[in-house]
Design a protein around this ligand. Structure first.
Ligand SMILES: Cc1cc2nc3c(=O)[nH]c(=O)nc-3n(C[C@H](O)[C@H](O)[C@H](O)COP(=O)(O)OP(=O)(O)OC[C@H]3O[C@@H](n4cnc5c(N)ncnc54)[C@H](O)[C@@H]3O)c2cc1C
Ligand code: FES
Length: 281
């Protein structure tokens, strides 16, 4: 059950530039959070800024009753969190949303991250390692400075393939190119998981369709409340049996969705629906 609390910042680890790892004490999030879930959080207890912002849960420590976020400061809400000092209070509701589901037995989990989309994959990697599942992380950014979490998986033994648009770190080019090359070596024994910018998510969905792989995508719409009341986060989803797409709240029915059920901008239907119609014709 999500719990709403005023919570202290326990520690702050700057990761260079606009990036920081923040650790808060919140017993319920620490105990119950699953990979892919998020919190709605804002710095301080005043009315400014008025709305909380969504952030993925990076990791949890149930014994210490803490959880961590990986945050990029981009605007007022994230900057206020970025500037918090240990001991200061944030308002936080969580854990929220639908988590990632584990891959089917015998399939390797390919975790595809763009920028701050790496955040849910630390806790997910821990879950996969505990379950004995194979995992491989593909982590892309514009430059090396956008990959501050690149060493954060070494202790788990999960391999990380890095890509940058400018070639400053890892392989030059799009992260999805590296994923495709690797996925092809697995002959269909893979499940894709992705979190990052829309264009990357769309490319991962296309790759999953082409290689006939299952993909779970964490969508990144604007969110005002996190609990299904403001309707700020609606995304167009169409299950195979539905004649028309439906607007669904990413905060309560997502943020993780099956790639085949997402209706992308400019497309009138989902892959799941198109496949269903083809089978019946
Ligand atoms: C489920 C979910 C999980 C998230 N997890 C993380 C995380 O782990 N780490 C992290 O750093 N960020 C994460 N984000 C994004 C984060 O919520 C936004 O960066 C934040 O809300 C921006 O608020 P702001 O007040 O700082 O900036 P705003 O003034 O609201 O926005 C500043 C700029 O960022 C853009 N922006 C705002 N929200 C988003 C968004 N959701 N996606 C893309 N661009 C956006 C705006 O268009 C604007 O250009 C997540 C978003 C969602 C929906
Ligand atoms: S964020 Fe308000 S309904 Fe989803």
């Amino acid at each position: 059950m999500p719990a709403n609390r005023d919570i202290p910042l326990v520690s702050r680890d700057p990761l260079g530039g606009a990036y920081v790892r923040l650790t808060f004490r919140h017993p319920e999030v620490a105990r119950e959070a699953r990979a892919g879930q998020f919190v709605m959080i804002k710095a301080g207890t005043s009315a400014e800024p008025p709305l909380r912002r969504p952030f993925s849960i990076l990791s949890v420590d149930p014994a210490a009753q803490t959880f961590s976020l990986f945050l990029k400061a981009v605007g007022p809400g994230s900057r206020a969190l970025f500037e918090m000092a240990p001991g200061e209070i944030a308002q936080c509701l969580g854990p929220l949303g639908r988590p990632f589901a584990a891959p089917a037995s015998g399939r390797e989990a390919l975790l595809v991250a763009g920028g701050y989309g790496i955040a849910p994959f630390r806790i997910f990697s821990e879950e996969l390692v505990r379950q004995g599942a194979r995992a491989h992380i593909f982590y892309g950014g514009r430059t090396g400075a956008d990959l501050p979490m690149r060493d954060a998986f070494a202790d788990l033994g999960v391999p990380v393939t890095l890509t940058t648009d400018d070639g400053s770190v890892g392989t030059a080019g799009r992260v999805t190119v590296a994923v495709e090359a690797y996925a092809r070596t697995l002959g269909g024994r893979a499940t894709l998981y992705a979190c990052g910018p829309d264009a990357m998510l769309h490319a991962v969905a296309g790759l999953a369709d082409a290689l006939e792989l299952t993909a779970q995508l964490s969508l990144d719409p604007w969110m005002g409340c996190g609990v299904g009341t403001c309707l700020g986060c609606v995304v167009s989803i169409q299950k195979a049996e539905e004649a028309r797409p439906k607007n669904r709240c990413a905060c309560t029915e997502g943020p993780v969705f099956d790639a085949t059920e997402i209706v992308w901008k400019g497309e009138g239907s989902s892959v799941a629906r198109r496949r269903n119609v083809e089978v019946r014709q």
